[in-house]
Ligand binder design. Structure first.
Ligand code: FER
Length: 256
């Protein structure tokens, strides 16, 4: 089947996507959806690496950019985790409608990893497995505390706009949406296989969050990449190895 670049529509909103197939020609493929993080996009090396690792295991890969990111519609300042969640549900629905798809795995990095946890709960009967990479599941508790990415605000009187010292702005709705989310509930509702990958020297999302999530999920594998950063700059090879090991390992022995 042909690789393609296209848009998935959510109502009138375009979500930019790339669908790619493994070498071996077949009638059906399992599909791995890969989603970037906050300020990220589908061409980041770790997103490309995750998609490639899936294709090495015979999966088709579908990289998609969420609202306000990459080549998708929407302004960055207006994105929220709730918008991203409906985006992810739209992408999963789209994937279910593809004739060749034999099963779906969802993977996301950082804020996309938190998104993967949330969508995992909502689509618990659809997704064969989830792969949250360095999942930023402290965002909701930081939003409730009034300090996100080192940027303080009043959590009980959220401003219309918050401007980060680095220069980007987010609308207050980002923080209202984040305060509303309770990742623990989503973690407890997914009982399929889970792969968590995290660099031990991650300065954006402390590695402790993946240790905690691994202890809370019923069927989690945790791969710590020693000395690596939030985006696995030092060991993309080990990120790839973790995903390939998981997709070809015992978690999947009950189906092809
Ligand atoms: C934060 C910590 C992490 C935050 C966002 C992130 C907006 C997400 C990082 C990523 O997706 O790479 O406090 O606030």
């Amino acid at each position: 089947m042909e690789n393609r670049e296209f848009y998935i529509m959510e109502d009138n909103l375009r979500l930019h996507a790339k669908l790619e197939f493994p070498e071996a020609e077949k009638k059906t493929y399992p599909l791995g959806i890969v989603i970037h993080g906050f300020t990220g996009n589908m061409e980041e090396p770790h997103i490309i690496t995750a998609a490639e690792a899936m294709r090495a295991c015979g999966y088709a890969s579908l990289r998609v950019e969420m609202y306000g990111h990459g080549g998708s519609d929407g302004e960055f300042r207006d994105h929220t985790l709730l918008r991203w969640l409906t985006n992810a549900l739209t992408v999963i629905r789209y994937a279910r409608g593809l004739d060749f798809v034999s099963g779906i795995v969802l993977c996301g990095h950082s804020q996309g990893g938190l998104l993967t946890m949330l969508a995992g709960a909502m689509e618990r009967d659809v997704l064969k497995a989830i792969i949250p990479l360095s999942p930023a599941w402290m965002i909701p508790e930081e939003a409730r505390r009034g300090n996100l990415l080192g940027c303080p605000f009043d959590p009980d009187h959220i401003p219309d706009e918050v401007t980060h010292p680095d220069g980007y702005s987010l609308s207050g709705e980002y923080f209202r949406a984040a305060q509303f989310i309770h990742p623990e509930d989503s973690i407890s509702r997914f009982d399929g296989p889970v792969l968590l990958v995290h660099g031990s020297a991650d300065e954006t999302v402390p590695v402790e969050y993946s240790y905690r999530a691994a202890a809370m999920y019923r069927r989690a594998e945790l791969v710590i990449i020693p000395g690596d950063t939030h985006c696995y700059d030092r060991h993309l090879d080990l990120l790839s190895q973790a995903i390939r090991g998981f997709l070809s390992g015992p978690a999947f022995s009950d189906h092809s």
